[in-house]
Design a protein around this ligand. Structure first.
Ligand code: PRX
Length: 646
């Protein structure tokens, strides 16, 4: 962390958006921040007119801290806003360009995407899915994932998208938690040329699911799969003979649009609940102003639909703006390391949104790779998921953006639903490494433990001061956890983001990383305790402590300290086995980079692992006061083991 702060402090150079960009920007009124402050409810109310409503709201905001209800009394449908309303003017405009892993591709106009969605929605209804039924989607980056999400929202069935790379166990856990009776998956897909048996994975997960009734399978990889009678049905059979008319359900603004599971500080992921009206208003305007979406833009967000970024800024935000989106199935280095730039050139991508870990990887691969492609179509770049270090920011700006594309470094979370801190590209002077200012209408602050604002330049805990439309409503089935996690530190006046931050003299926010037991590996959010519980479920493991170690490319990597059972023998084979065990339990993204066998862990006398001390050991920084440890000698012992690995 110290290193990060230092590097951030060093880079104070300013960058300005090109004049022409400023002139044409969707938002270039410098007064917008003050206007939003003068009448914050009025500000959001005005923006709500960018969404089509079947019935207007009675009240803009009902705030009973920490519960917000936005646009109460109003009725709308998310899929209607993403599709139907664009048809009269833009029916033939390309809505979705899909670029497949095997360099195959497909495009859908708005009319075609509406037809596909409405037909599938009608089929889901015919199958018995009703408003309020949770539908789990376990699909890779294929158009059917978008169609499924929009079809669910069309009939008022909250979707719960589970990242396709997650394991069978992770799928089962999420389906059980959300009591989801329906699953949409596919036969298989290719990742870097290798077949992933998705249906087989789903089947294994479903063995531990007592709630599942129907499984819809789309044919993607044409691999041989088993279909269970009376439970499994092919997508194509389901839509066969179904009319492509399906009236969008009139949803209450506060009806659930989706659940999105994310990692927290306990072993169990939490189902973040997002509702319809506020979420659509928030994602719509942030897409329009932050990404400056125009009619002729080709917008590419590289995030997977399995994450919140894929929900808000691949699907709902851009499509509600009538944009053309690019969706890519596959990896940035397959078939070669120029894949992303090849796609930029092929489709003339104008807006490109990705994660710092990807940028750092491209940087490592070298400038000559992007130099081979014509990327003059680009006009705006975005970053999300973790702090972007100034060096990576500058590389992105100069090499990818040719020093003429503003960069929007966007800070937000699964829980916030929409971008909360970011430049407005036609207004904000950029400084590499800072997400700059809160979006108009958002009030962020940096607080100490007692809830007092820390002085300028000092580090503290990032807080959001008042409600915003797309905020988390609760955690599915666990209201107490919702209250404890976000609203107990300072009371209900401030939402606890869980990130460290500082504010500089320009009022810009520098987000420094998580303060809790959440780590970010390649921008993916993982709970240390989630990985720990997966490790201790292995018969050889008595106890485990997991930590994030700073990594130049991935941001952080997983390091696991493991105490073995008395009858287990430490060996390299066992290390390998434990790594694979975590992959099976959670997924490849959680695979520990290093496993360190130990006899003890840094614990307090009451037996609690001192995370602060562990972090210092893992990252070879100052350990600080260890007098409260059960056995302070363990620190030296572990430091030695970690250093042996360096
Ligand atoms: O630590 C922050 C980091 O990602 C966390 C949220 O993760 P998740 O819910 O998976 O959502 C990621 C995509 C929105 C935050 O608490 N984070 C996200 N964006 C940034 C960031 N850290 C610094 N700068 C950012 N731009």
């Amino acid at each position: 962390m110290t290193e990060t702060i230092e590097s951030l402090l060093k880079e104070q150079k300013r960058y300005y958006p090109p004049e022409e960009f400023v002139r044409n920007a969707n938002m270039n009124d410098p007064q917008i921040y003050e206007k939003a402050e003068e009448d914050f409810e009025g500000f959001w109310e005005e923006l709500a007119y960018n969404i089509d409503w079947f019935e207007k709201w009675d009240t803009v905001l009902e705030w009973q801290p920490p519960h917000a209800k936005w646009f109460t009394g109003a009725k709308l449908n998310a899929s209607y806003n993403c599709l139907d309303r664009h048809i009269s003017k833009h029916g033939d405009k390309t809505a979705l360009i899909w670029e497949g892993e095997m360099e195959n591709s497909a495009t859908y106009t708005y009319r075609e995407l509406l037809d596909a969605t409405a037909r599938f929605a009608a089929a889901l209804k015919e199958m018995g899915i009703k408003k309020g039924d949770v539908v789990t989607i376990y699909l890779p980056m294929i158009p059917e994932a978008v169609i499924s999400m929009l079809a669910c929202s069309r009939i008022g069935a909250p979707h719960s998208v589970v990242f396709a790379g997650f394991s069978a166990d992770a799928l089962a856990q999420r389906m059980n938690d959300s009591n989801s009776h329906y699953l949409i998956t596919c036969d298989g897909y290719f990742h870097k040329g290798k077949l992933i048996e998705q249906k087989e994975k789903a089947d294994i997960g479903l063995e531990n699911c007592n709630c599942v009734e129907k499984v819809i399978v789309t044919n993607h990889a044409a691999n041989a799969i088993a279909m269970k009678e009376d439970r499994d049905i092919w997508w194509d059979e389901l839509i066969h003979n179904v009319d492509s008319e399906c009236e969008p359900e009139h949803m209450d603004a506060e009806d659930i649009l989706f659940l999105m599971y994310t990692s927290g500080t306990t072993g169990k992921p939490k189902g973040v609940v997002h509702t319809t009206g506020g979420y659509m208003v928030g994602t719509n305007v942030t897409s329009k102003w932050i990404f400056d979406l125009k009619d002729d833009d080709i917008y590419w967000c590289t995030a997977d639909v399995g994450w919140i970024t894929g929900h808000s800024y691949l699907v709902y935000g851009p499509l509600s703006n009538g944009a053309t989106i690019v969706m890519h199935e596959g990896a940035p280095d397959y078939p070669d390391k120029g894949r992303f730039w090849d796609i930029v050139e092929k489709y003339g991508v104008t807006i490109f949104y990705t994660a710092p870990t990807a940028i750092r990887t491209f940087m490592k691969w070298g400038d000559d790779i992007p130099a081979k492609y014509d990327m003059s179509s680009l006009r705006l770049l975005g970053s999300v998921g973790e702090p972007i270090n100034p060096k990576a920011w500058l590389w992105y700006y100069e090499v990818i953006g040719n020093s003429r594309c503003p960069i929007v470094d966007t800070w937000w979370q699964t829980e916030t639903g929409m971008i909360m801190i970011s430049p407005l590209p036609g207004l904000t002077t950029m400084k590499p490494g800072t997400a700059t200012r809160p979006f108009p209408g958002i009030k962020a602050s940096v607080l100490d433990d007692d809830g007092n604002e820390v002085p300028e330049g000092n580090g503290g805990s990032l807080a959001i001061e008042r409600p915003w439309p797309s905020m988390i409503r609760t955690i599915n089935g666990d209201e107490q956890r919702f209250l404890d996690t976000y609203w107990s530190k300072w009371g209900t006046d401030h939402y606890l983001a869980g990130d460290g931050a500082r504010r500089d003299k320009d009022g810009y926010f520098w987000v420094l990383g998580r303060l809790d037991d959440v780590i970010k590996v390649s921008g993916h959010r993982l709970g240390t305790m989630e990985i720990e519980s997966s490790l201790v479920s292995h018969k050889a493991v008595a106890e485990a402590a997991v930590d994030g170690k700073t990594d130049e490319i991935k941001g952080e990597v997983v390091v696991a300290y493991v105490i073995l059972e008395a009858d287990a023998e430490a060996s390299d084979e066992l290390k390998q086995e434990l790594k694979e065990h975590v992959v099976e339990e959670i997924g490849p993204i959680a695979r520990p980079k290093q496993i360190i066998f130990t006899d003890d862990l840094p614990k307090t006398r009451s037996g609690k692992i001192m995370r602060r001390v562990l972090k210092a050991i893992t990252n070879d920084t100052e350990v600080g006061d260890i007098t409260t440890l059960q056995d302070p000698a363990v620190v030296e012992e572990l430091k030695r083991k970690v250093n042996e690995l360096r």
